[in-house]
Structure formats: structure tokens, C-alpha cells
Design a protein around this ligand. Structure first.
Ligand code: ADP
Ligand code: MN
Ligand code: MN
Ligand code: MN
Length: 366
């Protein structure tokens, strides 16, 4: 397993420059999703004063022919600022700006799944939909070998690693802790973290978030994770089944509730939503990974705490079902449910939009 060269540059020397005063100027880093629907890109510009709200951030553009987003002959794409966070790398007053991407004709780029998600969230806003996403990921060296795994062979079988403690149980906690702090600093609604079942696999949770906020916060949390991994010289992958065989895959469980579900007697509305979901399994599977179900077919085998990709199922406390009602929710008769199907590399805009269309807007087509 090898670590990237840049991570070995002298960080103490770097500190001298990062400490320099910036005389009222502000570095603003624009972040956007590229044409793969999974990769993130960023670039930075200087503003003359500190922006107070997202409305103070100017539109910008980039060369879409270099991000799998446009032909070279018509390559200018627009960056539309949508949410502002504090920059945990360059620190205050510098900012991270999540952007939507529009094409030359100001129509959403193919990779811009936020646009239709936002329309659905608008229509459903009176239901006050809340989401909480559990982002699983795996740490790799830059040679893509799992971080901390023996160069030849495998670690011992799964069992001791989930929520593990000890140098022989978990690998890379520095990254996990740095990411947690950086998300809190940035203003991301990160709600927790834990070591996962496969060694070098971790999870963080973001939420509860209302409506479109969910996708925005999850994407910036992913950006922060990739940047921190850059500093440490390793790579975070969201591949839903990074290691074949008897190793858990990586998901992005979607926890969901409406105001009615959260109130006394809300279990009835949870059960109604599950009934609607049962009739649209194929549609959900199609949008729960960026390749129309192909990536998830490696993960949703019916083993390793997953349901089979071809079947829909639901149950209280059942981690082998498509939908799990947490035990506490079963007891309280209100709360939320968990859709365990989304892959770790899903687009959270696609996942939250599908849940809203099926469970709140009662759409039944496709
Ligand atoms: P698990 O037991 O599946 O590992 P986690 O504790 O990792 O559960 O994640 C639970 C997620 O559910 C968190 O992201 C949390 O924000 C979210 N959550 C809690 N309450 C609600 C709710 N009422 N509606 C939607 N999401 C919720
Ligand atoms: Mn979890
Ligand atoms: Mn998990
Ligand atoms: Mn879960």
C-alpha cells in the first residue's frame, strides 16, 4: 500500500504561509459535481470582502470539456452558487461554495440532479421531510490497495472491526477524526461516525436535514473527506463493493420521515410509505447508484446485511431487508424508517428526490 507524494511535503513549512494575513481579501472555493456524477471538482477565486450570504457570491464558469461535461467547441459551463460553508482548510473568513452546474443555454447539466430534486422538495415542503444519510466509505492507498491491509493476503475475518478500538482493529482513525472536526467547523450537519464491519471501512452520518439541504450537506461532507485524505496521502472510495468475497460492501442508508410520521401514531404513515415503496422497487434501484443499479448489483446480494437487489422487503430491526423500521420506532409507534438500498456512491439528490416522489407526492409512473 503506498501513500501519495504530496502528503510527504513539509507541513510545518506550509504552516508559515497559511498563517500570513490576507488583508480583508477572501478566498472562495467553488465546488461542483463533474460529468461522472461521482467526482468533485473545485477552483478558487478572490473576493474583496467577506460574503454574508450565498447571494453575495457571484456566478462563475469553467471548462466543461475537461470535466466530462461538454464538447470542446461549446465548453463554457455556469457555476451557480447554492450553499455556503466555512472553509476548514483555509479557515475564516474563507468559504466553500457548493454550486449547481448549468450548460451554455442555462439548462441543468446532465450531472446536475439537484435541479429536479429541488422542484420535488418545493412541492413537498408542507410535509417537512427530514433525511439522515449514513455515508460508508473505504480507505485505500493510491495504488488502490485497502489502507492498512497486509500487502499479500487478507486481514482476519470480519467480527472485531465494527466500532472497533485498537491498532489491530481499525485503520486510519486520524482521518475520521479530522473529517468530523472539519465538518463541524464548516457547518455541515454531521451527526456521528463509526468504524464499519470491514477493516478500513468507516461511516459518518449527516442529518437530520430538511429537504434539499440533505444533498447539499452530504456532498460538501464528501468534498471535505476527499481533501483530508489528500493531506494524509490516501484515497476514500465510495465504491459499493470495493473488495469482492466475504467482505461487507458500502452503502448510504437513507433515513426518512415526514412530520406526520414523527408525531404520535406516525407508524401508520410509515407503513403507508413502505406500501408505496413496495410498488416502485425497480425505479428506486435504478436511481440508487450512478449506473442504474449496476454498481449496487455487486453489493445487494442478500448477504452481508443486505437485501437481494431483485426483492423488496421490510421489517422491524431487520438489517437484511430493503427497509428497516428501527426497533425504537416500532416501540414508540412514531419516528422514521431506513431505506438500506442506496449505494455508497449514490447521488443524494437522486435518492431523496425518489423518496419524496414515491412517499409524499404519490407518483406511480416508472
Ligand atoms: P444505524 O443504526 O442504521 O447504523 P445511524 O445511527 O448510523 O443508524 O444513523 C441514523 C440516521 O438517522 C442519522 O443520520 C440521523 O440523523 C437520522 N435520523 C434520526 N431521526 C430521524 C428522523 N426523524 N428522520 C430522518 N432521519 C433521522
Ligand atoms: Mn449507521
Ligand atoms: Mn453502516
Ligand atoms: Mn443504517
Amino acid at each position: 500500500m503506498s501513500v501519495a507524494v504530496s502528503s510527504k511535503l513539509n507541513k510545518t513549512v506550509r504552516e508559515q504561509y497559511l498563517k500570513l494575513p490576507q488583508d480583508g481579501k477572501v478566498q472562495v472555493t467553488y465546488v461542483w459535481i463533474d460529468g461522472t456524477g461521482e467526482g468533485l471538482r473545485c477552483k478558487t477565486k478572490t473576493l474583496d470582502s467577506e460574503p454574508r450570504t450565498i447571494k453575495d457570491i457571484p456566478e462563475w464558469n469553467f471548462d466543461g470539456s475537461s470535466t466530462f461535461q461538454a464538447e470542446g467547441s461549446n465548453s463554457d459551463m455556469f457555476l451557480i452558487p447554492v450553499r455556503m460553508f466555512r472553509d476548514p482548510f483555509l479557515l475564516d473568513p474563507n468559504k466553500l461554495i457548493l454550486c449547481e452546474v448549468l450548460k451554455y443555454n442555462r439548462k441543468p447539466a446532465e450531472s446536475n440532479l439537484r435541479h429536479t430534486c429541488n422542484e420535488a422538495m418545493d412541492k413537498a415542503k408542507d410535509a417537512h421531510p427530514w433525511f439522515g444519510l449514513e455515508q460508508e466509505y473505504t480507505l485505500l492507498g493510491i495504488d488502490r490497495h485497502p489502507y492498512g491491509w497486509p500487502q499479500n493476503g487478507f486481514p482476519g475475518p470480519q467480527g472485531p472491526y465494527y466500532c472497533g478500538v485498537g491498532a489491530d482493529k481499525v485503520y486510519g482513525r486520524d482521518i475520521v477524526e479530522a473529517h468530523y472536526k472539519a465538518c463541524l467547523y464548516a457547518g455541515v450537519k454531521i451527526s456521528g461516525t463509526n468504524a464499519e464491519v470491514m477493516p478500513s471501512q468507516w461511516e459518518y452520518q449527516v442529518g437530520p436535514c430538511e429537504g434539499i439541504e440533505m444533498g447539499d450537506h452530504l456532498w460538501i461532507a464528501r468534498y471535505i473527506l476527499h481533501r483530508i485524505c489528500e493531506d494524509f496521502g490516501v484515497v476514500a472510495t465510495f465504491d459499493p463493493k470495493p473488495i469482492t468475497g466475504n467482505w461487507n460492501g458500502a452503502g448510504c442508508h437513507a433515513n426518512f420521515s415526514t412530520e406526520a410520521m414523527r408525531k404520535k401514531g406516525g407508524l401508520q404513515y410509515i407503513e403507508e410509505a413502505i406500501e408505496k415503496l413496495s410498488k416502485r422497487h425497480a425505479y428506486h434501484i435504478r436511481v440508487y447508484d450512478p449506473k442504474g443499479g449496476l454498481d449496487n448489483s455487486r453489493r445487494l446480494t442478500g448477504q452481508h446485511e443486505t437485501s437481494n437487489i431483485h426483492d423488496f422487503s421490510a421489517g422491524v430491526a431487520n438489517r437484511g431487508a430493503s427497509i428497516r423500521i428501527p426497533r425504537q420506532v416500532g416501540q414508540d409507534h412514531c419516528g422514521y424508517f431506513e431505506d438500506r438500498r442506496p449505494a455508497a456512491n449514490c447521488d443524494p439528490y437522486a435518492v431523496t428526490e425518489a423518496l419524496i416522489r414515491t412517499c409524499v407526492l404519490n407518483e406511480t409512473e416508472n
